[in-house]
Design a protein around this ligand. Structure first.
Ligand SMILES: Cc1cc2nc3c(=O)[nH]c(=O)nc-3n(C[C@H](O)[C@H](O)[C@H](O)COP(=O)(O)OP(=O)(O)OC[C@H]3O[C@@H](n4cnc5c(N)ncnc54)[C@H](O)[C@@H]3O)c2cc1C
Ligand code: FES
Ligand code: FES
Length: 486
């Protein structure tokens, strides 16, 4: 931030200052404090989407994508210098936005509490640049999108308690393309505003956004107790629900050095601050195992904020990417003022929520070695299809050559204090014929992997049982003629 520059967010086209805002204040509370009470607090933990707003984010090229995020999770200070649109900015009672109009005329709103959030998520999909009419849609997931190309997954982070989802779906599927003079559609052609350095101090502490990696590392050296925050989908829950406060927060979500995908001959290096949504777009199917993870990871709203680095950095035993990255034999690239060091992911976590990362280090990237194993699978067992943390996650990457398993890599989540490799199961597969009997024997070994616990998500016995069926499912999916009774 240059001296004298005032901290502000452009909301619905009007610049609003952040002066006097506490750094722990989330964007939802800040917007509502500004009188913009359309966005609501339902859960304050990213589950309901009542707080959704649109933020102008890079579209992967030179333009802007209107991206819906959970305002209850992101610090207001992290939006300094950015453009936000709320439900109030989409339309007015006299001039409804097409999304608001369709929701109204098709009965998509009853009490209305969830509606501004639905409208923002729906508007993000309305403005998706590659949304195209698709009247000939076919296949088992054809019901997941409308004839107008609207993907219902865009609403996976929004809950409604009273209307029922059919009228909301009808509204979504009735949307045409934006008009030629639609201001928000036209805005997409220009780049979003570049990230700015930010420093906001208040009673609870300071929020600082560095302009580049070197400055972020200097800040980390000066403030070894600082909390590093990227998408804030974990940290934001701690702040909103558990009263967590940090004397110093370093926002790293827009650091250019952490937002690249580099494809080399021997590895794909993925920047830690790319969101899951951006990752899916940037990788464009290059890593099929990750493509299986993306749609099962939380909701679109969360994936629009959640980063790869945050999923590894939070060191949770039940994150979705870690098992997949373990199966891919990923390596963590840690940056510090001394330069980069690389740590195999399998050696990264040292205990529950603990890792080898030093206080002066950031996760800069994750490297995935090439070539990739051709047979991959990701099984997430959770109570809900969308927007739920896994009870157990299993990721498998196999090289089957001439009918035998040359290499097996299996990552597990939810069965130990950290994500783990299923080393005994890998050994039970490698060098053996890829047959039902091998897989049945290996499945028994897998049943005993890890040290699963009973908790509110699942019992230890259930977790072990799930482990015992996963490989059989891989075989059945690979070779349907060898379907076995699990
Ligand atoms: C409703 C909801 C649903 C969810 N569902 C899922 C799910 O299905 N699967 C799943 O895996 N997770 C899920 N999560 C958890 C969360 O979205 C992920 O863990 C996410 O990847 C965190 O990324 P973030 O950028 O938001 O992290 P933040 O909240 O910004 O940070 C999380 C932690 O990582 C550290 N950190 C972040 N980036 C770095 C870095 N570059 N270097 C060092 N440390 C870093 C931070 O210091 C912090 O301790 C869910 C969360 C919510 C609220
Ligand atoms: S208030 Fe429920 S997701 Fe934000
Ligand atoms: S309209 Fe009442 S919660 Fe959705």
């Amino acid at each position: 931030m240059t001296p004298g520059q005032r901290l502000s967010v452009t909301v619905n086209g009007t610049e609003r200052g952040l002066a006097g805002t506490d750094p722990a204040t989330n964007a939802l509370d800040w917007l509502r404090g500004q009188g913009l009470t359309g966005a609501k607090e339902g859960c304050a933990e990213g589950e309901c989407g009542a707080c959704a707003v649109l933020v102008a984010r890079p579209d992967g090229g030179s333009g802007t994508e209107w991206t819906a995020v959970n305002a209850c999770l992101v610090p207001a200070a992290s939006l300094d210098g950015q453009e936000v649109v709320t439900a109030e900015g989409l339309g007015t009672p006299d001039h409804l936005h097409p999304v608001q109009h369709e929701m109204a005329v098709r009965g998509g709103s009853q009490c209305g509490y969830c509606t501004p959030g639905f409208v923002c998520s729906m508007a993000a999909e309305y403005y998706r640049a590659d949304r195209q009419d698709d009247t000939a849609r076919v296949g088992s997931d054809a019901h997941e999108s409308g004839p107008n190309g609207f993907r219902l997954g865009a609403l996976s982070g929004n809950l409604c308690r009273c209307t029922g989802y059919r009228p909301i779906r009808d509204a979504a599927f009735a949307l045409a393309s934006p008009a030629a003079d639609d201001v928000l559609a036209l805005r997409r052609s220009d780049a979003p505003r570049p990230p700015v350095g930010t420093r906001l101090s208040g009673d609870t502490g300071t929020y600082a956004r560095a302009a580049d990696l070197d400055e972020a590392l200097d800040l980390l050296t000066d403030h070894p107790d600082a909390v590093v925050v990227a998408g804030s989908t974990d940290w934001g829950v701690d702040v909103s629900l558990r009263g967590a406060r940090a004397r110093f927060v370093i926002g790293i979500d827009r650091l250019p050095e952490l937002r690249r995908v580099e494809v080399g001959d021997d590895a794909v290096e993925i920047g830690a601050a790319l969101t899951l949504t951006e990752l899916e777009r940037e990788l464009a199917g290059r890593i099929p195992l990750l493509d299986q993870v993306f749609p099962q990871f939380a909701s679109r709203l969360i994936r629009n904020g959640a980063t790869l680095g945050g999923n590894v950095g939070t060191a949770s035993p039940i994150g979705d990417l870690p098992p997949a990255l373990l199966a891919l034999e990923a390596v963590v690239v840690l940056a510090s003022p001394d330069g980069d060091r690389q740590v195999p992911l399998a050696d990264y976590w040292t205990g529950y929520r603990q890792s080898v990362r030093r206080p002066d280090e950031l996760i800069r990237a994750v490297r995935i070695p090439l070539p990739l194993s051709p047979t991959t699978a990701f099984h997430k067992i959770a109570k809900r299809r969308y927007d739920d943390i896994s009870s157990v996650a299993v990721a498998v990457a196999l090289d089957v050559v001439d009918g035998s398993v040359r290499r097996a890599r299996i990552g597990l989540g939810g069965v130990a204090a950290t994500p783990v490799r299923a080393l005994a199961t890998e050994a039970a597969l490698e060098g053996r014929a890829w047959t039902t009997s091998t897989v049945q024997a290996a499945a028994e070994v897998m049943r005993g992997e890890g040290t699963p616990l009973d908790d509110h998500r699942a019992s230890a016995a259930y977790r072990s049982a799930v482990l015992g069926t996963s490989l059989l499912r891989v075989l059945a999916d690979e070779q349907p003629e060898r379907r076995v009774d699990a």
